[in-house]
Design a protein around this ligand. Structure first.
Ligand code: SF4
Length: 372
């Protein structure tokens, strides 16, 4: 049975109504079942009724996180290798119809970016590209991983979905994790955000985590783009996906990220659904209470003030110092995918982590050492 078999008979609107109908008693019940949460409990934790219990949820989330992860926050940095993209996602500046300067980094440019990043002790790097296999396909990723291995012990990807054999090939090269977001689980709404290119195939994207599991990828990142459809219903489907993956591919570790679309001035795509920092807090706590072992990751899309607070809520992984375009670390800011909200230097982020009583960890697992 695939994950799609589980959700194909669910009705999005009905699930949304079910979440909104949860009561305070449902939330209280869910709070007594940490780590043993079913779908109905999770609905309660993300429901409007749970907003009255945010302090209880935050306390529970803090306690569970410290028990499972200790006092550490893992740090990573993304490197954008290419902004070519064949897809037409209405919410993204890299989309194929945008007339923007494009670039794909060659070896020399990658090495220059690495040199800048190496001012900091990062050992986990996330390789990011748009989705344009003719410009950055499997051979390109293999080469990039080989260049990275000399400097980083943990290498993850956030690129176009690949097939199982391609993922296996990358794992044998030293790939540690892959982050793939469904953007929206609402199958009916999906086409209006994805107007063209391979990403318009809802099913191929949805099945990607299963291909990752089959390929033996060590860490699999799931999530949705917050701001497209109702965030509570998206979270419920993401939770179902996480639960399915845990049962089916139990050897892999899992991560949930919270990419949140923010309203911005001027023309361009605006979020359909507002998700506030309070809502985000509820989401983070709900996932932690539901799944004590899942990595919860918060990027520089969020402002420094909120990221400092979120450390105590259940977040276990953070990017820092991020540039969101190819060549960004060398000073090219023309090619950015989005403007970051937390532009602190990585050492400043690490200092804030310490001041909040946590320990920044620049790597958590050394694949390279294990393979050597
Ligand atoms: S979100 Fe990804 S796939 Fe979509 S246009 Fe942007 S880079 Fe391309």
């Amino acid at each position: 049975m695939t994950f799609y078999d589980i959700i194909k008979n669910l009705d999005w609107e009905q699930e949304t109504r079910s979440i909104f109908s949860k009561t305070a008693a449902d939330v209280q019940k869910a709070l007594t079942k940490s780590g043993n949460i079913d779908g109905e409990d999770f609905k309660a934790l993300v429901s409007p009724s749970a907003q009255l219990f945010l302090e209880n949820m935050a306390r529970a989330s803090y306690k569970i996180t410290r028990q499972r992860f200790g006092n550490v926050i893992h740090m990573y940095i993304p490197i954008y290798l290419s902004n070519f993209c064949e897809n037409k996602c209405v919410y993204c500046g890299f989309n194929a119809t945008n007339k923007i300067p494009r670039n794909v980094l060659d070896d020399k440019s990658i090495i220059e970016e690495i040199k800048v990043i190496n001012q900091y002790p990062f050992k986990h790097i996330l390789l990011v590209t748009g989705e344009a296999p003719a410009k950055a396909g499997v051979d390109y990723f293999i080469n990039a991983i080989r260049l990275m291995k000399k400097n980083f012990s943990q290498i993850s990807l956030e690129v176009q979905p690949l097939n199982t054999n391609e993922y296996k090939q990358l794992v044998s090269e030293g790939l540690h994790g892959v982050y793939i977001y469904q953007e929206t689980y609402n199958e009916k709404a999906y086409p209006k955000y994805h107007l063209g290119g391979k990403k318009s195939n809802y099913h191929y994207r949805l099945e990607t985590p299963e291909r990752l599991g089959m390929a033996g990828v060590h860490k699999i990142g799931l999530g949705n783009l917050i701001g497209l459809e109702d965030w509570r219903t998206e979270a419920y489907y993401t939770f179902l996906h996480l639960s399915y993956m845990r049962k089916t591919f139990w050897r892999s570790k899992y991560s949930i990220s919270f990419p949140r679309l923010r309203p911005f001035a001027g023309e361009g795509f605006q979020p359909n659904v507002e998700t506030t920092e309070k809502d985000l807090t509820q989401l983070i706590c709900a996932y932690r209470i539901a799944d004590p072992d899942v990595e919860l990751s918060l990027s520089t899309r969020e402002r420094a003030f909120y990221r400092n607070k979120a450390m105590a809520l259940g977040i276990t992984s953070m990017s820092a110092g991020s540039k969101t375009g190819p060549g960004g670390y060398g000073g090219n800011n023309e090619l950015e995918q989005f403007a970051v909200n937390d532009d602190r230097d990585p050492f400043m982020v690490a200092d804030s982590i310490r001041k909040n009583g946590f320990e920044p960890v620049w790597k958590d697992w050394s694949l390279y050492m294990q393979m050597a």
